[in-house]
Design a protein around this ligand. Sequence first.
Ligand code: MRU
Length: 363
Amino acid sequence: MNAARPDFPFPVVVWRDGAVALIDQRRLPGELVTLVCPDVPALAEAIRTLAVRGAPAIGVAAAWGLALSWDLSRRAGRDAAAALAALERDRALLAATRPTAVNLFWALDRQAALAGRLVAAGAGVPEVGAALAAAAADLRERDVATGRALGAAGAALLPDPATVLTHCNAGGLATGGYGTALGIVYAAVDAGKRVRVYADETRPLLQGARLTAWELQARGVPVTLICEGAAGSLLRRGEVDAVITGADRIARNGDVANKIGTYPLAVLARTHGVPFYVAAPLSTFDPGAADGGAIVVEERDPREITEYQGVAVAPAGVGAWNPAFDVTPGDLVTAIVTERGVHRPPYGASLAGIGPEAPDSLP
Ligand code: MRU
């Protein structure tokens, strides 16, 4: 069974009746259901188990998480100092969920800085709560606008017709609702270009098969699913005009952390003379990382490889290594597309000044 088509931009993370409501991405493509997180531990678990995933979407969820933390303190009758202490505990809980997507830490830092600043200025608990909720809603709206802007910049890179190969899911489901890599596809389609997409299934959690194929179908974009092991053969056939992926964290020299399997795709693209583009918002840049060596790569439970939906697919006791991300050297990346436009090597120069707003600059 395929889930119904939701509104677009997708309502990936929203505030509903005093709780954070998410599209439960673990249940797609079979069911389109909402997961309601009434407290921060529930939201942290949703992030850890990939009910909500994708760097920008994790950032939006985390921003709502701290708004939820504050609202629970308000409902419990805490004063501002106690609410701030609870917020710091919840910030630590959320920060411990997934280490690689920098948008998580960026969103948490922004919200915590906002609350701290307002409390220091003498704001009351309800006022701070309203500001945190407004900032979370704003972050989501800006992310959608960002997807549209970088989508338009990237769409200009594609010929007409165009065939794109993508990895994992960097679409509406992974963001505030529009998309980064798939944002480029959507913007190109909206501009009248004929685009079709090959989607890597993306082992082991199948974000390509379950999510990218589903959302492209939902938007009426032709999509063909492949095992990622088929990418080399596909690229050698000469039918792919561009490989486009998202990113979880980008270092100052253009090294890109993204879903495991991105790096071999970049090597293959280089071998076959196909451009390899990375699409990401400024919030995915880490000014603190000089190069990819500074990026922490999440390693997940080996059972994600040795089992499928709870059923063993490998002999009992076999070892398994399960990094969730890899780092693609910037020199394999043809261009990085952001809401500020298209950045090309050498990235040390072209990315100078590119990065997220400082946490205390808003609003
Ligand atoms: O483990 P996931 O599903 O959170 O990994 C997601 C990715 O690697 C995406 O490509 C990345 O976050 C960019 S999403 C616009």
